[in-house]
Design a protein around this ligand. Sequence first.
Ligand code: NFS
Ligand code: SF4
Length: 632
Amino acid sequence: MDNSRKSIDAASLRMVEKACRDCVETVWDRYEAQQPQCGFGELGVCCRNCLSGPCRVNPFGEPSRAICGATADTIAARNLLRSVAGGAATHVDHAFEAVEILEQAADRRVPYEIKDEAKLKAVAERLGISTEGTDKYQLSKALAARLYSDFAPGKETMDMLARNVPEERLTTWRRLGILPGSPDLEIRRAMHQTTMGVDADPVNLLLATAKMGLVDCYSGLKLGADVQDIVFGTPVPVKTEANLGVLKQNRVNIVVHGHIPFLSEKIVEWARKLEAEAKAAGAEGVQLSGLCCTGNEVLMRQGIASAGNYLSQELAIVTGAVDLMVVDVQCIMPSLAQVAACYHTKLVTTHEIGKIQGAEHVAFRPAHADEDAAAIVRMGIEAYRRRNNGQVEIPPERAEMWGGFSVEAIVSALAKLDTENPLKPLADQIAAGNIRGAVGIVGCNNPRFPQDGVIVPLAKELLKNNVLIVVTGCVAHALGKAGMLCPEGAEAYAGPGLLAVLRAIGEANGLGGPLPPVLHMGSCVDNARIGDLLGALAGYLHVPVSALPAAASAPELNHEKALAIGTWAVDLGLLTHIGMAPNILGSPVCTKVLTEDIEGLTGGKFYVEPDPIKAAEGILRHVDAKRKSLGL
Ligand code: NFS
Ligand code: SF4
């Protein structure tokens, strides 16, 4: 495969070449070895849900039915529901762990604080919990109990959903029959529904998929993000750096990778506390950096530098400078063990459901979080002593990158322009056309696309056309590396209307320059923040979310989580651009429902376009149509 098809990131390309010199196999080698990928799988028309199978039906001819009689429509719809349920399960499990930590922190059984009392009160009040006369521990305990009750049977829907969404959405979802009960029930039911001989109605399966999108957000993203803010603090703007150039030759390099901040926050703490031990080992200190969404979590709250996104994970180790990489769950390539074995790098797994052959497992126990984190950092210091500096080549590329734009932070920046009505300046600038629209660009890298190769040109095209961009996940790293998450990025990429607005906000906030044109709102669970922002804006304007000149985009989607989040975005009423179709194109019913018919039901739909410039045009057409309907 030609290197230009691997990445557009210069640092990545240097390391791709080094990997080749060092005889290290990477994701692109394995991608190539998989070609051609199975056409039946790509179209979503293969099934091995029972032992009569595997079956594969021919969407263009015979056999048109599987052994049990299932059609392409049924098989593709079942597969999609399973994928979205898989994605939702990750977020729900993550959020559930967060609630457990909140409860244990309230009982002082784990060494975590309850840092953000204001957020605690706000979340509790929204759920109708009285905050009078309680201290933060009592209130956290009451909140945890209420959050657990969302997992119990017997409710029409979860409180986190019912009390956090605009009334209009609630009505729409109720009418469609897609209000989820408890998340555990819905995930169980989806598994049941998709087994052999249960649901053979593709539309019914697609409605269950739409329901699973709501499970994903309100028992996963929103729940996780809110609880993490309570425990670790709600992010405020912070300046840091992105790309492999953040690794340091003379320091112990520890990279945190995965998703759940309970581990990574403690690693941050102990990396700082054990500086002296690193110095005793001959290093200048400990350099911590992050990958993927755990990278985003510690970037948002601690200003920890980003080493890169999904397709950079192997390349970070290829630098030869990573002494220890510590991971928990999700988006962690099993190949890291092979890559680490080519260098001195120690790979440490920490979660009971996320072990990797060839890695060392250190079970991370929240009750002993300090002990465990200290032990892991010490393993990194030990590994540094074994580093072979002859193998080290750190790419010079690194870019200034800002993060920390929670909804609270954005509102407080806008409040400098209008204290009474912070959303008014935003709404006014949208009405005046200086901000043509807003797009949330989120999600992954995928080796089908050059790394960042769809994300970056799409963002440039939208900024040029005065579209304000918010980002999360691996897209945040991509645009950070490309220099779009800093004030200079505004001067370089924003259209004149948008630039004027960013300058005014920057000036009112004493930033000494414009606000970055792309606001980093966090990890993938923080997509809930984008929903909150849109909900607030829609509420201010008294219109449904689907009426806003806004869209979502996951240009290089990869994980099942991205499908779950995308489904929620469509539920919310957003045009949701994706750079490739999920594996459903063998089903005419699934394709039509998801890209056309669903718009009549939720206001949102999927829009598939791999070309970034054409995608920008499609998104702008949508934004302009919404403006027109609003009379703008
Ligand atoms: Ni989101 Fe995070 Fe990245 Fe995609 Fe994976 S890190 S939760 S799934 S690949 S954005
Ligand atoms: Fe084949 Fe039906 Fe069994 Fe799937 S459930 S493997 S389509 S027989």
